[in-house]
Write a protein that binds this ligand. Structure first.
Ligand SMILES: NC(=O)c1ccc[n+]([C@@H]2O[C@H](COP(=O)([O-])OP(=O)(O)OC[C@H]3O[C@@H](n4cnc5c(N)ncnc54)[C@H](OP(=O)(O)O)[C@@H]3O)[C@@H](O)[C@H]2O)c1
Length: 264
């Protein structure tokens, strides 16, 4: 049995730890948060142990950095020199490089992960970057445990993590925003809110499932829904005319620039 201590138990850590716990019984969990509440709650869900303060940190095989990037400096000061030296650090901090983590904590074995929240329902996407010091046994273990609740993609260059952040990390927010806009429009046109909400959720779910199960590209699938001068065609023409592709392009560039800025 291996052990993992998560420093921070917010939305993302909860999704990952619960995902790990559902898919495997090979890990024992220790949970810490400064205000205690969320660590106590998560400890109950995964039958883990709540760590009340950082004066004595349990010896674990993995330590997961799950606070906000701007809270890391304070956390690093409290834990540097207190971690089991052979442990691997798992960092989900957006835009924080393995170099910063290694220097701040005096460690060399780091897995940098860019997760996303659908991990909560066993359908996450996790992008991995390992420092050279992480051995193959740990790599396989971590790959297996994350694969139990997500698709794992391992990148060889750390810069690629900044590149994919605005896609898989932020992607769920784009989908939820598009879903919100469609739902609100449907309600404004007279459809009951509960019906509109369910119809749009199922439209997104069904389209994603079809896309995953079909060998057609997304463009081919779109063409199959679009007859020339039909209803869908009219809507897509507005997307095209008003520059949806350009807007998406600009949004992704803005997300990427922010990821690079955070990495500095
Ligand atoms: N949310 C996403 O979709 C997403 C996607 C990709 C990456 N991420 C990354 O995931 C990380 C966590 O994001 P989140 O959305 O889960 O944040 P969150 O919900 O705000 O949770 C942050 C957690 O960190 C704890 N914390 C605060 N200061 C701390 C300290 N000094 N030491 C240890 N723990 C501390 C908080 O404790 P309290 O409960 O006591 O306040 C809280 O449990 C971020 O680095 C973010 O970049 C998030």
């Amino acid at each position: 049995m291996k052990s993992l201590l998560s420093f921070g138990c917010g939305n993302m850590a909860q999704a990952i730890v619960e995902g790990m716990n559902k898919s495997s019984k090979e890990l024992e969990y220790f949970l810490y948060t400064p205000s205690n509440t969320r660590a106590i709650e998560l400890a109950k869900v995964v039958s883990g142990t709540h760590v009340a303060d950082l004066s004595k940190i349990p010896e674990c095989d993995f330590y997961m950095l799950s606070c906000k990037p701007q809270q890391f400096e304070e956390l690093a000061k409290s834990i540097k020199g207190k971690l089991k030296p052979s442990a691997t650090i798992i960092s989900i901090l957006a835009g924080t490089t393995t170099e910063t983590i290694s220097k701040s904590l005096g460690v060399s074995k780091v897995l940098r992960v860019m997760p996303n929240t659908p991990s909560l329902v066993g359908a996450g996407v996790n992008a991995f970057y390992f420092t050279d010091e992480v051995g193959s046994e740990e790599r396989h273990f971590l790959n297996d445990i994350f694969s139990g609740f997500s698709k794992v993609f391992t990148f060889e260059k750390e810069e690629e993590i900044d590149l994919i952040t605005g896609f898989s990390g932020s992607g769920p927010a784009y989908i939820f925003e598009f879903s919100r806009i469609l739902t609100e429009k449907m309600v404004s046109m007279g459809i009951a809110r509960d019906i509109a909400t369910e119809m749009i959720k199922w439209t997104f779910y069904g389209s994603s499932k079809l896309q995953l199960e079909s060998s057609d590209s997304s463009e081919e699938l779109r063409i199959k829904v679009t007859s020339k001068n039909g209803v869908t065609y009219e809507a897509l023409e507005v997307f095209k005319g008003e520059g949806l592709e350009k807007i998406v392009d600009m949004a992704i560039d803005a997300a990427y620039n922010r990821a690079v800025e955070l990495s500095k």
